[in-house]
Structure formats: structure tokens, C-alpha cells
Design a protein around this ligand. Sequence first.
Ligand code: FMN
Length: 329
Amino acid sequence: MADFSTNYMGLDLSNPIVVGSSDLTMSVDGLRACEEAGAGAVVLKSLFEEQIEDDVQRARDEITFPDDHSEADGYIRNTALNLSEDRYLSLIRGAKRTISIPVIASLNCIRPDWWTSYAARLAEAGADGIELNIAIMPTFLLQTSAEIEDTYVRIVRSVRGKVSLPLAVKIGPYFTSLPHTARALGNAGADALVLFNRFTRFDIDIEKMSMIHRYNYSAPEDIHLSLRWIAVLAGQSGCQMASATGVHDGEGVIKQLLAGARAVQVCSVLLQKGLGVLSGMLDSLENWMGRRGFESIDEFRGRMSLELGGKPDFYQRQQYIKVLSGIDV
Ligand SMILES: Cc1cc2nc3c(=O)[nH]c(=O)nc-3n(C[C@H](O)[C@H](O)[C@H](O)COP(=O)(O)O)c2cc1C
């Protein structure tokens, strides 16, 4: 039996396949099913900042105070904290009582605000690690890229100041210099980066003339964006890498490990085809390692990364140089 063990964010995983934050990981029963199907770890469904804000608003609507003063606001915020917290913390406690693979809590955040105190409570409830899902969509003319990147860094620094738990940051691909941002997030205290978040799709219903937000599952061809960036960043960002998006089979898992991933998150394919896909992925990995003569993942991880792959040009070319000019790169 090959050695699939990997260390991700400082956590020891029996294998690198992690069930990503999704509806599969929002109940204790779902988490148990993930463990039984062979997952190396699970990331819980995210607690969204807006959910907390909703609770604050509900509490504000329900409780009337004679004056609008800050103590009342503090009370409302604390009430809301307890409301949301109870639900999420009981999921963590239930998970820790039921399964033995690492349980990574997930916070979806857009501001470095008071709510980061949640992070400390997640730790108290027993979470083995935290994944911050940071998604800031630039929509204002005066907001610079440097300001937005600084917000990412301040969120990470703020959470790191509250907890010593392993910390991963899940981001989208829209950065001008991802290596620079990755390094800044590592310096702010991130142990790992998860590449990439998959955003809901913006769409327009032309009959109703209304906007639609759709979530669509990934397809196997969606692997290439994260594969490229894992290969570029592994070994040079100061963070460990986990891939997310487009891994649908064992081949995808192997590619991401060769690119340098410490963990490979999967989600869409499990929702579409069931958790049985996990054992198929592990079988393919074992088969491939056997054929190539590898006994452990450490023997081949990152062999195709920019750091170890030996062909820097290959990672820089984005266009059709070979096709258009005949120059082979
Ligand atoms: C139904 C569904 C719910 C999701 N919910 C979350 C979430 O709460 N937090 C999060 O960070 N990602 C969430 N995701 C994104 C996944 O964790 C994952 O990053 C994304 O689907 C890409 O991986 P995949 O190609 O294997 O699906 C969700 C995805 C799906 C399909």
C-alpha cells in the first residue's frame, strides 16, 4: 500500500483529497459520509459574513431601545454573535465527536471587522484549522488594486492575531500579480492558499429583465487555471498550496500533486456523481504511483512546479507562440 500521507497547513492527513466547503459538509451526517468514503479532511460549509450581519439586523429589528446608543449596538452585535455562533459551533463540536479526520472551519469574509473574533470561537469549539474564503469584488472606480489587496492582508493578519490554528486562505484568480499577493498573505500569517474559489455566475434573465446569480458545477477542463497557478506558486510563495476547482478524477489529483499541491479539494464531481468517486480517485493514485515506482507522495510532489520543473518559459507563455510562429517552448 502506497503512502498517501501529506501534511497540509500543519495538519497530518492520511491522504491529500479534501472534500471542499459545500452542501456536502454542512451536517454531521454529511461529514461522516465524507470520512467513510475516504476523504483525508473536510472543509465545513462557510459561515458567511452576511449571515452574521443578517442576524445583527434581525436583532436590531426585533429589539427596541429608547435611544440609538452604542451600548445597544454592542448588545445587538453580541446577541447576533451568539445566534450564528451556536449553529456553527455545534456543527464543529458534533463533527469532532463523530469523525477523526481533520475538520477545517470556513469563514467567508469581506472586511477585517469585529466578526473576526469568531475565529477564536471556532478554535475553542475544536476546529482543527480555519479556511478564510475572501471574496472582494471590485466595483468602485476609486478603489485601487493596492487597497483591495491590503484588505485581504488585513483580514488575514486580524484573524492570525486571534488564533494560532492552522490558517488557509481561499481566493479567486483575479489578481494582477498573484505571486506578490500570495507572499503578502503568507507574511500576514496564512499557512496555505486554496486556489481557487469558484464564484457564482452573474447572469441576466432577458424576459423578466432581472439579474440572476447561478452556481454552476465545474467541469474537468476547469482544472487548468488552478493547475498553472499551483505550479507557479508552490515553493516560492511561503505558503502551502491546495487546489480547488476542476478536479474530477484521479488524473486531476495526480496533476495537482505534480504541480505542487499539498491537498486537493473536490466538490462538484462528488455532488454530481456521489462520494464513491473518492475511492476511485485513491485507486487511480495508487495505481499510477505503483506504475511509476513511487512509494510516497513526497517523492513526486511539485516535480512539475516552476521551482522544480526546470522550464521557466513554459509557465510564462500564455499565448499561441508555438502555433503562430512554430517556435517550440
Ligand atoms: C453547492 C456548492 C456550495 C458551495 N459552498 C461553498 C461555501 O460555502 N464556501 C466556499 O468556500 N466554497 C463553497 N463552494 C465552492 C467549493 O468549495 C469549491 O471551491 C468549488 O466548487 C470548486 O471546486 P470543484 O471544481 O471541485 O467544484 C460551494 C460549491 C458548491 C457546488
